[in-house]
Write a protein that binds this ligand. Structure first.
Ligand code: HEM
Ligand code: PLO
Length: 489
């Protein structure tokens, strides 16, 4: 094929020298929604310029799958950005790193999850323990209207802390306060900074939110360093129980193997290990907690749906035992509800940005090396062509006509991404979401507070699509109470 005149690039937004397309982008509204609207004029793939950086936006599932799956390797890097460089201590860790470093840490994270497949450390057991504590706490709040943020934070933090470093915390622990402060602090200060990415020279000015972010990252590093030091002291290759152990073990093996010494040992420096643990902690907490809040919010808006899920739980599980992960195949309306929440309010509506490693193409369009590629998952999940009434919350779309079996009604659905950068926590997240919701709905009615305030369903677009905090009235179910009374007589 001839190069030059034959090459066709995606249609481009207008752009000015220096500023690029910045002046032509809407200043208000959520970026994923704005990018979706731009498809009406520019089609399912288009490009824009930020300073000198080329960005391509992809909003159709076929093209998205070409990027993530078919040519996954060619699109597998992460671009360097001011905020993510701070977050990742200059591209360390797993979610914002590249190359051999990324591959190694991805493999070690997977090896860590394998520790929790069965036996006394089984993931299901860890989650059920926290679900049980959460429910016991909520029972003390019977009849009250409360914000679930803190109790849910405690539960999901404990699960990922056990996985990462075998710790769990009690309500009110000072360490928990520290974790809460740095995880939320980073998220809050991580608002997108397109100006800093367009003009890297701005980095030398003390920008307040970036300064705040650096401080929270420092706080995280100090917190994790202390735990890591204890792990190094007590390390024994006969008892590998968590992610920190896996990392220490990998480092020891690489030090024994002199051929590896330089490269691998460098990729497993303290700083690299702590960056990966930091990623897991942040991802493990903010994603699942956010989806739990969204699910409760949609249930408050759809009380009939909540009743029907409870009926399904009563029929399939009853009150004589608590829900298990196996019940996922039978309590299908709950599973369908979770799938619908992940469609209509995806955790990461633009995934995490990708970058090309070589000159390549998407569909018939040429894409140069080092182009940033953003998959607009929001567009995939809200396409009129793919989804009947995409803006309506309709869990039944994920059930067959008999409403018994789960189905995937469209190919335009990728809540966890796909391919080589696919979410590492999908299995954990799905188990947490099902078990927490099943345990809650077996025991409690979730109601709108007496003041009638329903949660706002619009969403706040941070790195994660958050919901505005809201209150929910907790009521122990009459049927649960009667069953407990029967059992004790
Ligand atoms: C990446 C979704 C929970 C760890 C991602 C990506 C998505 C996603 C869309 C980006 C894929 C891409 O850039 O192509 C979700 C959803 C969750 C969830 C919907 C909950 C419902 C979790 C949890 C963890 C986790 C609980 C860890 C405990 C990660 C990591 C990455 C990632 C480490 C980066 C992978 C890489 O860059 O190689 N997730 N996630 N996620 N997720 Fe999740
Ligand atoms: C959440 C706030 C924490 O303080 C730091 C952090 C680390 C990893 C990030 C996570 C935040 C947000 C959700 C991310 C995760 C990596 C993968 C995950 C972006 C910023 C998703 C859903 O893609």
């Amino acid at each position: 094929k001839e190069k030059n005149s034959e090459i066709r690039y995606p249609k481009s937004l207008p752009s000015l020298p220096v500023l690029g397309s910045l002046p032509f982008l809407p200043r208000h509204g959520q970026p994923h929604v704005n990018f979706f609207k731009l498809q009406e004029k520019y089609g399912p793939i288009y490009s824009l310029r930020m300073g000198s950086k080329m960005t391509v936006i992809v909003g159709h599932h076929q093209l998205a799958k070409e990027v993530l799956l078919k040519k996954g390797k060619e699109f597998s890097e992460r671009p360097s950005m001011v905020t993510t460089d701070i977050l990742s201590d200059n591209q360390k860790g797993v979610a914002f790193s590249n190359g051999a470093q990324w591959q190694l840490h991805r493999k070690l994270v997977q090896a860590s999850f394998a520790l929790f497949k069965d036996g006394s450390q089984r993931l299901e057991k860890i989650i059920k323990q926290e679900a049980s504590l959460l429910c016991d706490f909520l029972a003390t709040q019977n009849g009250q209207s409360i914000d679930l943020s803190l109790p849910v934070f405690l539960a999901v933090t404990n699960i990922i802390s056990v996985i990462c470093f075998s710790c769990s915390y009690k309500n009110g622990d000072p360490e928990l306060k520290v974790i809460h402060e740095f995880i939320h602090g980073v998220l809050e200060s991580m608002d997108q900074h397109p100006m800093v990415d367009v003009f890297p020279v701005l980095k030398i000015f003390p920008i307040k939110s970036l300064e705040r972010m650096r401080n929270f990252i420092q706080m995280r590093k100090e917190f994790l360093s202390e735990i890591f030091a204890r792990h190094k002291e007590n390390f024994s290759s006969n008892s590998i129980t968590d992610m920190m152990d896996i990392m220490i073990q990998a480092r020891m093996h690489s030090e024994e193997n002199s051929a590896d010494q330089n490269q691998k040992a460098k990729m497993l420096s303290d700083e690299n290990i702590l960056a990966t643990i930091g990623d897991m902690l942040g991802a493990g907490v903010e994603t699942t907690a956010s989806v739990l809040h969204w699910t409760v919010a949609f249930l408050l808006h759809n009380p009939q749906l909540m009743k029907r899920i409870q009926e399904e739980i009563d029929q399939n599980i009853g009150f004589s035992r608590t829900p298990n992960i196996k019940d996922r195949n039978h309590v299908t309306l709950l599973e369908a509800t979770i799938r619908e929440v992940l469609r209509i309010r995806p955790v990461a509506p633009l995934l995490i940005p990708h970058k090309t490693t070589v000159d390549t193409s998407i569909g018939d369009y040429a894409i140069d090396k080092d182009t940033e590629v953003i998959i607009n998952l929001w567009a995939l999940h809200h396409s009129e062509k793919e989804w009947h009434q995409p803006d309506q919350f309709l869990p039944e779309r994920f059930l067959d006509p008999e409403r018994k079996h789960l189905i995937t009604p469209s190919m335009s659905y990728l809540p966890f991404g796909a391919g080589s950068r696919t979410c590492l926590g999908e299995n954990l997240a799905r188990q947490e979401l099902f078990l927490f919701m099943a345990w809650l709905l077996q025991r409690f009615d979730l109601e709108v507070p007496d003041d009638g305030q329903l949660p706002c369903l619009e969403g706040i677009a941070k790195v994660v699509l958050l919901i505005k905090p809201f209150k929910v009235k907790i009521k122990v179910r009459q049927a649960w109470r009667e069953a407990q009374a029967d059992r004790s007589t």
